[in-house]
Design a protein around this ligand. Structure first.
Ligand SMILES: [Zn+2]
Length: 518
C-alpha cells in the first residue's frame, strides 16, 4: 500500500483531516454544517473511510486536497486569450499554471512528471506523464483532458457571490471556472493518486490541461504536434470538460455541437448624425442588420434557415434522445432561469432535447457601435456591430457552414450598406465513436458504485474543439467525455458553480475507469 506523503493531506472547508496513528489511515470530521449532506450524496458517511483501500478514496482526496487549491484558483482572473488580449503581460495565466502545476507535482504519485510546456506566443499547457505500474506496461495509454482558462465575469452575480471569489453554499462551490473547467485537473490527479495509495495497477496515464479552450483552442493543435512523440497513440481519452443532465449519475457525452463565433458589422454613415435630421432618410444600421440576420434565421421560430447548417440526426442518437426524454422529461433538455410565462421551443421533450443538441441556433452575444443607456443621445448611429455565436450540429462541417453564413450576410447588402462578417475561430462538432464493451461495463459499474444509479448517455449542445482534433488524429481511440456542467451550474454566465458531490463522484468514476483500462 502506498503511504500518503507527509503533509499531503490539507484541511479543507469540508473536513478536518487527521492521522489516527495507523499507517496510511486518515480520518475526517466535518466542520461546516453542509458537509454531512454533501457526503451523504457522495455515499460517504463521516469517518467512513477508515483505510486507503476504499474505492471512494479518489473523491475524498478531491474534496480534502483538491478543493482548497481550487478555491485559490477561483480567485485568479486567468481569462482565456480571446477575453484578455494582454494576458501575457497581466500574468494571471502564469499564476494559475504555477499554482496548479505545483499542486500536481506535490501529489503522492510514483513515476509522475509534471511539466509546464510553453510554445512561443501561446498559452502554456500543463502536461503530466505517469508511468504504468509494474507489470502493467502492456496496457493502453489513457489521456485525461481539461483546461484552466476561464470565461469573463459576465455579471451581475447574485448577492454575496462573485466570479473571482470561492463561496460555498450547500453542495455548491461558486466562482468562475470552478466547474468549467478548474475541477478537472484536481479530479484527474486525485483519481490517479488514489490508485497509487490503494496499490491498484494501471497503464500509462497522460494528463493534458490547456489554456486556450474558451477561445476555441487556437493553441491546442500546436501542442498536440509538439507533444506527438510523447503522446503516442492513446487507447482512451477521458475528457473532463463536458456536462451532465442530472447530478444523480454519471453522464457520458455522445456528441457536441460545433461553434461559429463571428463579428457582423453594418456601416451606413462616416459619423453619427442627429436622428431628427437623418432619421427616415438614412437607413438605420440596426434595421439593416435585422434584415440580414433574417436571411439566416427565422425570426419567428429561431430556426436557422441555411441548408449548410442542418443535417440528419443519426438513428442511434435519436434513440438516445427518446430514452432521455422518456426518463427525464423536459428536464432532459436543461433547466433555465426563465422569466414567468416564457414559452420554450420544442413541443415534446424529445424535440426540445433535439433542438439543443442536434439543431443549429444563433445567439447575439455582444455589440459595438451602441453607447450605454446613459450616454446614448438622439443620434442615427454610423454602424452596428454584433458578435454572433452560432451553434451547428455535430455532423455539420463548421467551415462550410461559416462560409455559407458569410455569403448570406454579406452578398447584395440592402440599400448599399457596407457589411462584413468575420469568423476567425471555428470549432468543429463531434459525434462519439461507440464505446467498446469493456469501457461501457467500466462506466456502468463505476456509476452504480459511486452514484448508486446507472449511467446515461446524451449529446450536449456545447463545443469542445479538442474532441474533433483528437478524433482525427487517433481514429481508433476510445473517448469518454463527461463532466459536471449540470442543471443551473451556468458555466459562461453569472453564478457558475461546481456541484461538489458530483465532482467527487465523477473523480471516483475516473479512478475506476483508469483501473479498468487493459
Ligand atoms: Zn470548458
Amino acid at each position: 500500500m502506498q503511504r500518503l506523503r507527509e503533509g499531503g493531506v490539507h484541511p479543507s472547508p469540508f473536513t478536518r483531516g487527521e492521522h489516527d496513528g495507523r499507517e496510511g489511515s486518515i480520518r475526517h470530521r466535518p466542520i461546516l454544517s453542509h458537509a454531512p449532506e454533501a457526503r451523504r450524496r457522495h455515499k460517504l458517511e463521516v469517518n467512513d473511510i477508515a483505510d486507503l483501500t476504499d474505492q471512494r478514496l479518489a473523491g475524498e482526496l478531491f474534496v480534502t486536497n483538491g478543493l482548497p487549491v481550487l478555491e485559490r484558483y477561483t480567485a485568479i482572473e486567468c481569462l482565456s486569450p480571446d477575453f484578455d488580449a494582454g494576458w501575457q503581460a497581466h500574468g494571471a495565466i502564469d499564476l494559475a499554471v504555477e499554482l496548479l502545476a505545483t499542486w500536481c507535482a506535490d501529489r503522492a504519485i510514483p513515476a509522475c512528471t509534471v511539466e509546464v510546456v510553453r510554445l512561443p506566443g501561446r498559452t502554456p499547457l500543463i502536461f503530466a506523464e505517469i508511468a504504468a505500474t509494474d507489470g502493467a506496461a502492456h496496457r493502453a495509454t489513457t489521456l485525461l483532458y481539461g483546461h484552466f482558462d476561464k470565461q469573463p465575469a459576465l455579471g451581475p452575480w447574485n448577492d454575496g457571490l462573485g466570479p473571482f471569489a470561492a463561496v460555498y453554499r450547500g453542495d455548491r462551490l461558486y466562482g468562475r471556472g470552478t466547474a468549467d473547467d478548474g475541477y478537472a485537473i484536481f479530479a484527474a490527479f486525485s483519481a490517479i493518486e488514489s490508485l497509487a495509495a490503494r496499490g491498484v495497477a494501471h497503464g500509462r496515464i497522460l494528463v493534458l490541461i490547456e489554456g486556450s479552450e474558451e477561445s476555441g483552442s487556437p493553441d491546442l493543435d500546436a501542442y498536440l504536434d509538439h507533444l506527438a512523440p510523447r503522446l503516442g497513440t492513446p487507447g482512451l481519452v477521458i475528457c473532463l470538460d463536458s456536462g451532465c443532465v442530472t447530478y444523480d449519475r454519471l453522464w457520458v457525452t455522445t456528441s457536441l455541437r460545433g461553434t461559429i463565433a463571428g463579428t457582423f458589422r453594418v456601416d451606413v454613415l462616416k459619423n453619427g448624425v442627429h436622428s431628427g435630421q437623418a432619421g427616415g432618410i438614412v437607413p438605420s444600421s440596426f434595421r439593416i442588420a435585422r434584415r440580414l440576420l433574417s436571411r439566416i434565421e427565422d425570426d419567428a421560430t429561431g430556426d436557422l434557415l441555411l441548408e449548410e447548417l442542418n443535417a440528419e440526426i443519426p438513428p442511434q442518437r435519436r434513440a438516445e434522445i427518446a430514452q432521455v426524454a422518456e426518463n427525464f422529461g423536459m428536464d432532459g433538455a436543461g433547466i433555465f432561469p426563465l422569466v414567468d410565462g416564457l414559452e420554450l421551443a420544442g413541443v415534446t421533450a424529445a424535440e426540445r432535447i433535439e433542438r439543443g443538441t442536434w439543431r443549429p441556433s444563433l445567439a447575439v452575444t455582444a455589440q459595438a457601435g451602441m453607447p450605454d443607456l446613459e450616454a446614448g443621445g438622439n443620434v442615427l448611429r454610423p454602424f452596428t456591430t454584433l458578435k454572433l455565436s452560432i451553434r451547428v450540429p455535430p455532423n455539420v462541417d463548421a467551415a462550410r457552414a461559416a462560409a455559407a453564413i458569410a455569403k448570406a450576410l454579406t452578398s447584395n447588402p440592402p440599400e448599399g450598406a457596407h457589411v462584413t462578417f468575420d469568423a476567425p475561430h471555428l470549432a468543429q462538432g463531434w459525434d462519439a465513436p461507440p464505446l467498446e464493451a469493456w469501457l461501457g461495463e467500466a462506466v456502468e459499474s463505476a456509476s452504480l458504485r459511486h452514484f448508486g444509479e446507472r449511467p446515461n448517455a446524451i449529446g450536449l449542445g456545447g463545443s469542445i474543439p479538442f474532441m474533433d482534433s483528437l478524433g482525427h488524429r487517433y481514429p481508433k481511440t476510445q473517448f469518454l467525455a463527461t463532466g459536471v456542467l449540470g442543471p443551473e451550474s451556468n458555466a459562461h454566465g453569472p453564478n457558475e458553480f461546481l456541484h461538489v458531490p458530483t465532482a467527487a463522484a465523477v473523480t471516483c468514476c475516473v479512478a475506476d475507469v483508469l483501473a479498468a483500462v487493459r
